[in-house]
Design a protein. Sequence first.
Length: 285
Amino acid sequence: MIARQAGRAAVWARLCGAAVAGWLLAIGLSACQSVQTTQGGAVGVDRPQMMSALVSETELREGARQAYREELAKEQQKGALNADPAMTQRVRGIASRLIPATAAFRPDAPRWAWEVNVIRSDQINAWCMPGGKIAVYTGLVNRLTLTDDEIAAVIGHEIAHALREHARERASEQVTAGLVIQGGAAVLGAGRAAIDMAALAYQVTLGLPNSRLHESEADRMGVELAARAGYDPRAAISLWQKMARADGGKGPEWMSTHPSAENRIRELEVYAARVMPLYEQARRR
């Protein structure tokens, strides 16, 4: 009798746990809304995005502004901020041509409070925070011996992430997943290991594929931004060929947040060809 009651209690607990987990998921999803952050452009990036009402783009931009200030202050203290005036001028000049082209995807974007700075570092890296806060590392330009067209491909790619609000989209995913994982674990009495495993499962089944999708969207938009600014979009192909050689191969694509070099280059060839008329038109102006 006691065993039967215990069995019923265990079944009831599992049912209740599943019901609460479903309820938490419903709350998380109901807090999301489908939005269209950008126009499709010639490359056709028109996927609807799910954004959580709990993640404000205004607050995210303000957080990015503060984080950018702190990062610049840290690099300034090290003497690494815009230490190479010629490179800083070169990078800012390229960005100044790309920024007006953002209107093709977002009419409001050219009016953002854009900032472009160069950080002296051996890292092969560049990024653009929400709202247009850009940093390019000297290692990227020097170690890969980038041309202006290739620098435009990098900056265009990073700008695309900001235009599409990919940071907000990822934050929205994490907020929704966190509600389910943490709430469900609390109800079921799961330990830390179970929570960590749930988070890992989410990352490898949902988080990583979405990140690769973001990278592909940024690649496509980046070549269009470059073309509209008068930079050869085919330079994105040579850029990622250089990246692949520098990377040396770091594991299979399914465990990476970036597409494989082979897939990336293959897609870039398609979309660079598609925007060549825009490039030719920009050159004639």
